[in-house]
Design a protein around this ligand. Structure first.
Ligand code: DX5
Ligand code: ZN
Length: 219
């Protein structure tokens, strides 16, 4: 699965930029990744629930909300209630991640847990039993266009093994620095879903970039 991140899109032309990776299921982006940043959990500021609500009205692509915010215990539920398909909170920010997952699922969304590059997967194995998605950050969250950190791949590989052996039931997603040079090593580590911001939206043809990444990930 390929999930273009609109962080690298032109926000003044957001509907056009989203439609550029739209189209028929199977040809379009699998998920649309929306980075919510609050200038507290990360140094950058992007957009919040009102913009996500408008995005939900403008596309059929399932929305993947990546909440890089403090106090997701309070704020994550709104994104699920608005209709986001997958809502991911940061393990480092969540006071009660199991309660968050239960709330998100009760609101009809998939629950995602993200871990920063320096965060140990092993600390969250019990918590992850309540989650549908694990988002492994392969850059420090906050900005698009950063260099891929291959040192996080053992965490993706370990998650893949836990899924394949039936210990966890998760989709493994990776975010940060995914492009034509890095997607193959991520795919070899067992990642299911690849977020790509600059590699899609800085390309001349975003739809072609999505297809090229997909072909590379699953040759
Ligand atoms: C970074 C965001 C990413 C970002 C990825 O904190 O979570 O989703 O858009 O951008 P690229 O693909 O350019 O690294
Ligand atoms: Zn993201």
């Amino acid at each position: 699965m390929i999930a273009p991140s609109i962080l690298s899109a032109d926000f003044a032309r957001l509907a056009d930029e989203i439609n550029a990776v739209g189209g028929e299921p199977g040809k379009r982006a699998d998920w649309l990744h929306v980075d919510v940043m609050d200038a507290h959990f990360v140094p950058n500021l992007t957009l919040g629930l009102p913009v996500v609500e408008s995005i939900l009205k403008t596309t059929e692509i399932p929305i993947d909300c990546h909440l890089m915010i403090e106090n997701p215990d309070r704020w994550a539920i709104g994104y699920a209630e608005a209709g986001a398909h997958n809502v991911t909170v940061h393990a480092e920010a969540a006071a009660d991640p199991i309660a968050i997952a239960k709330d998100l699922r009760a609101a009809g969304a998939k629950a995602g847990l993200s871990i920063k590059p320096g965060t140990d997967l092993d600390d969250y194995l019990e918590v992850l039993k309540h989650y549908d998605t694990l988002l492994v950050m392969s850059v420090e969250p906050g900005f698009g266009g950063q260099k891929f950190m291959s040192e996080v791949l053992p965490k993706a590989r370990k998650a893949r093994e836990l899924v394949d052996t039936g210990h966890l039931k998760l989709l493994v997603e990776i975010d940060g620095g995914i492009n034509a040079d890095t997607i193959e090593q991520a795919a070899e580590s067992g990642v299911d879903c690849f977020v790509a911001g600059s590699a899609v939206y800085n390309a001349e043809d975003p739809a072609k970039a999505v297809q090229a990444l997909r072909d590379q990930a699953a040759p």
